[in-house]
Design a binder for this molecule. Sequence first.
Ligand code: NAP
Ligand code: ZN
Length: 347
Amino acid sequence: MLPTKAYATHGPNDKLVPWNFDRRTLQTTDILIDIYYCGVCHSDIHQARSEWSKGIYPMVPGHEIVGKVAAIGKDVSKFKIGDLVGVGCMIDSCGNCPTCQNGYEQFCKSGAVYTYNAIERDGISPTYGGYSNKIVVREAFVLHISEKLDLAGVAPLLCAGITTYSPIRKWKIGKGHKVGVLGLGGLGHMAVKFAVSFGAEVTVISTSMNKKEDAEKLGAHQFCYTKDETQVKQFSGYFDFIIDTVSAEHNYDMYLKMLNVYGVQILVGIPDKPIALNPFSLLSNGRTITASSIGGIPETQEMLDYCAAHNITSDVEIIPISYINEAYERMIKSDVKYRFVIDLSTL
Ligand code: NAP
Ligand code: ZN
């Protein structure tokens, strides 16, 4: 067994505290990764606090992991010791079902194994995430990372990056489209960067007036402050797509009305309550509401390569792990520019 240092929460109302446990010893297709940085996703908060469903405790969150290969199993062929690598939201799946075969492991028919707050395919071992100094992952779920990019800024690509890149590609969002990015947090700021990069006209739709300047710096063309009714009205029936990254309950009808004919609202944010909306908000203009879940492993590698080619990384605030509980509180107040990333050398 491999002794591992981490931060864990022991219950939905507890803070994260130092905790030690053992990772499994390397199997033939496993890679041991020394973790350098791990991004802090709002999903970490939802799960640490059992907001979606009852969590598995102790829980070590973290699914935006980057680091270096420290050791490899004897059948590993695509990585060598010293390579820069990443691990995102999944660490395993069956690999044989049609969706896995097509590279959509997130929809594996036997269920993808998530990086933490999940049970391995052996049916008994809990998974522990990236708020730790090392992780053991099957090579099929490890991603290559370019030496060209700032490593701390790459970490959030493993979840916030792929989760926004994937629907932008699926819906072929780009030149000629008017896109609203709803919520300027970790996912939102990546959605802005990708939509701009693919040539769309981008508007940030935000509850925080103080993010207007940043939105422009990120490449957005317009800003809509949603607490001002006049600004909301200006964008009535305007957008072809809205990428909704909001983490808390919000008024879906208000935002749907901002969609043009056949406009599409893509939900990536996952508030803890079922959503309510008036069917007329969809009927009018023939609108569509849909959702998107992370992205498969091949598409995650494609996204990382795209970011290396176009010099795209996340805007990060690097924190020591001891700051994690404050970081959670600040994220809940929408006070992060635009992703906290833990420096694991502080563990
Ligand atoms: P985040 O950094 O906290 O950003 C969320 C943003 O939503 C905030 O910055 C804020 O932006 C806006 N917001 C917050 N409360 C709001 C409210 N009551 N009404 C309107 N806007 C509000 O969170 P994140 O890490 O980007 O994650 C966002 C959501 O995506 C979470 O629910 C997370 O679980 C989910 N997620 C989903 C997937 C997936 O596969 N679909 C993957 C990762 C994460 P403004 O200040 O601009 O208003
Ligand atoms: Zn995430």
